[in-house]
Design a protein around this ligand. Structure first.
Ligand code: BTN
Length: 262
């Protein structure tokens, strides 16, 4: 049987400069844009990070990309929408650089020594106007491709915390090839989120890549935090942490690795 090419992620809008590719796609979604639109920027003037932080990178150095997803996902499995972008980025990074990043829950990609290689930010507009049957989720990822080249490139508070593919691979990595590899890997992963079996498969891939499992962690939540040993990721992509008073499942939050796995 002939395979039908997946038409998603072929509408690629590349900006030399924009405030934020996530902001752009959220606005496009409000105007009715369909599943699969991609926005890429050479430079962002107001790049958004998780927890209200900024995401900064010198022009032309890193991959800054967002995708608009409209998926038939049960609300409790929504974390998998951002997880598949992280997993597709891992696929692409392995293919284009030979580096194998680990995933720190919820969705940071880490280099060999635990420094951050990439971050993912998912933003949903669940209350906004619906189009094409499903609510929009915009997932943006910033992958440090050519920057930082060393700690000397980093502001004081980030020294020792960030790395790039060029540092990890010991050679330059092509941003455009990385983008196309990421989008090619994302197509089937996003499609598979439409069935329970497919979701279980993506969660299993996340479990396999997740270096938080087996780590002693501190989980920061809006109303306080707690410590424990991360033991698993559920089929919805949530983190399971064993504490002195039993097991807790973390749906959203920030995690600090106190003692890494192994
Ligand atoms: C994090 O804080 O780790 C998430 C960073 C996400 C950055 C990306 S870059 C492309 C997209 N556009 C944004 O404004 N943010 C995301």
């Amino acid at each position: 049987m002939d395979t039908v090419p997946d038409p998603s992620f072929t509408d690629i809008r590349w900006f030399q400069s924009i405030d934020s590719t996530n902001r752009y796609l959220l606005d496009e979604a409000r105007g009715g844009a369909p599943h699969g639109v991609v926005a890429v920027a050479d430079h962002q003037l107001a790049g958004r990070g998780r927890l209200g932080r900024r995401w900064e990178a010198p022009a032309g150095s890193n991959l800054l990309v967002s995708v608009l997803l409209r998926l038939g996902l049960p609300p409790e499995a929504r974390h998998l929408a951002s997880a598949v972008v992280g997993l597709a980025a891992v696929d692409a990074i392995i293919a284009e650089s030979g580096v194998t990043p680990g995933i720190k829950w919820p969705n940071d990609l880490l280099g060999a020594d635990g420094r951050k290689l990439a971050g993912v930010l998912a933003e949903a507009d669940l209350a906004g106007p619906q189009a094409h049957g499903y609510p929009p989720i915009v997932v943006g990822i910033g992958i440090n491709v050519g920057w930082p080249l060393s700690d000397a490139d980093l502001p004081g508070d980030l020294v020792g915390t960030a790395t790039s593919l060029q540092q990890e691979a010991g050679r330059p990595v092509d941003r455009s090839a990385l983008l196309h590899a990421l989008l090619a890997a994302l197509g089937p992963r996003a499609t598979s989120l439409g069935t329970p079996e497919g979701r279980a498969e993506q969660a299993s891939d996340l479990r396999r890549r997740c270096v938080t499992i087996g780590s002693q962690v501190r989980v920061e939540l809006a109303g306080g935090g707690f410590e424990g040993m991360a033991t698993d990721v559920t089929d919805e992509g949530h983190l399971v942490v064993a504490t002195g008073s039993g097991s807790r499942t973390v749906v959203a939050g920030d995690v600090l690795h106190l003692r890494p796995a192994g």
